[in-house]
Design a protein around this ligand. Structure first.
Ligand code: PEP
Ligand code: MN
Length: 351
């Protein structure tokens, strides 16, 4: 349940009450709590009794008994959009972001060429997989630790923060040493052990939507991350499985917007995986921006025909520049890294 306090001083006694009932009490702001989420397992009867007791207190303004299954991610807890600090970049609640980079880091030359093109195009974030989840065991699995080293070098030379995927719990520590934004892939969206390990790293996480995940399942996966300590979560709609082989997946823009109405977390779109087709990436990216999402993430390769993964959906360097120009013509100004990122509101989750 969510409790709106009549005065911040009510925080301590209500937290004590929640703890006695076996619940965690999470304030919306560490400094001046106004809303508290009381989370944990409780029988419906015990929950009702607690809610009734809270409603009877003069220091409680309101009790929202049913904020849905993912209270910390919900707008009931945070009506305003969260701003997720990713290194020097702020995601959410303002200008959208452009994230660009190769599907997989393949070589120093490949990554540097893309990273520099991304910076020139006004991207705020560099993406690139060092550990790749591949459907075939014979496909390129990524450069591993060497890929991470190259990503750190690309960040150093461009100033762009880096998003990269973590595939397994035991990899979190290694990947988190380099990643500014830990990516959890679509295939792992419901890997709860991995979500807990990634959350415990205390970093922001980019959470891709599973190919068959409902909005509730997606938001509950985000709730796992928040509840275990992620400093912020960015949701990414990357296309759902569908019946028509003409496109790889179907970009659920309506679902992404519906998610935004339920959650304060930023939501971005990935038109590369959603379409699987280079010719559709720019128009769908523009559609996502026109719809008001918090950004787009696109795959880029200097020579897509020679890419070791996802070449058919990768823009070349000119394509990335074209995307940036067409977004600008639409009136979009992308957020860029700033030495003083806007304050992240996703602190004080009350761990
Ligand atoms: C990727 O970003 O390269 C990737 C593997 O994405 P997804 O998890 O959405 O398939
Ligand atoms: Mn890919």
């Amino acid at each position: 349940m969510i409790v709106l306090l009549a005065q911040p001083a009510a925080f301590a006694p209500i937290r004590a009450l929640a703890r006695r009932a076996g619940l965690r009490c999470v304030p919306d702001s560490a400094e001046q709590p106004h809303r508290l989420a009381l989370v944990g397992a409780l029988s419906p009867a015990a929950r009702d009794e607690l809610a009734t007791a809270l409603e009877g207190r003069p220091d409680v303004a309101e009790v929202i008994r049913d904020p849905g299954s993912a209270p910390l991610a919900s707008r009931h807890f945070r009506p305003e959009p969260s701003i997720v600090a990713v290194g020097p970049l702020s995601i959410g609640g303002g200008a959208p972001i452009l994230a660009a980079g190769p599907c997989a880091v393949e070589s120093r030359a490949q990554l540097m060429a893309v990273a520099q093109a991304a910076a020139r195009a006004g991207a705020g974030l560099l993406r690139g997989g060092a550990f790749k989840p591949r459907t075939s065991p014979y496909a390129f699995q990524g450069l591993g630790p060497e890929g991470l080293r190259l990503l750190a070098e690309a960040r150093q030379s461009t100033g762009l923060p880096v998003a990269t995927e973590v595939l397994a719990s035991e990899q979190v520590e290694l990947v988190a040493e380099v990643a500014d934004l830990l990516q959890i892939g679509a295939r792992n969206m419901q890997n709860y052990a991995l979500l807990a390990a990634a959350g415990a790293a205390g970093k922001p996480v980019l959470l891709k939507r599973g190919v068959g995940a409902t909005l509730d399942e997606w938001l509950l996966a985000a709730e796992h991350l928040i509840a275990t300590g992620a400093s912020g979560v960015v949701l990414c709609e990357r296309g759902l499985r569908h019946f028509d082989p003409q496109t790889r997946n179907i970009l659920d823009l309506a679902g992404a917007l519906a998610a935004k109405s339920l959650t304060h977390l930023p939501v971005i779109a990935d038109p590369s995986h959603a379409t699987g087709r280079r010719d559709l990436v720019i128009p769908m990216a523009l559609a996502a921006l026109a719809a008001g999402l918090d950004g787009v993430i696109v795959e880029v390769h200097p020579d897509p025909d020679r890419a070791l993964s996802d070449g058919p959906q990768s823009l070349d360097l000119a394509g990335l520049a074209d995307l940036a120009e067409r977004a600008a013509a639409m009136g979009v100004t992308f957020a860029t890294p700033s030495p003083r990122p806007r304050t992240a509101t996703v602190d004080g989750w009350g761990r």
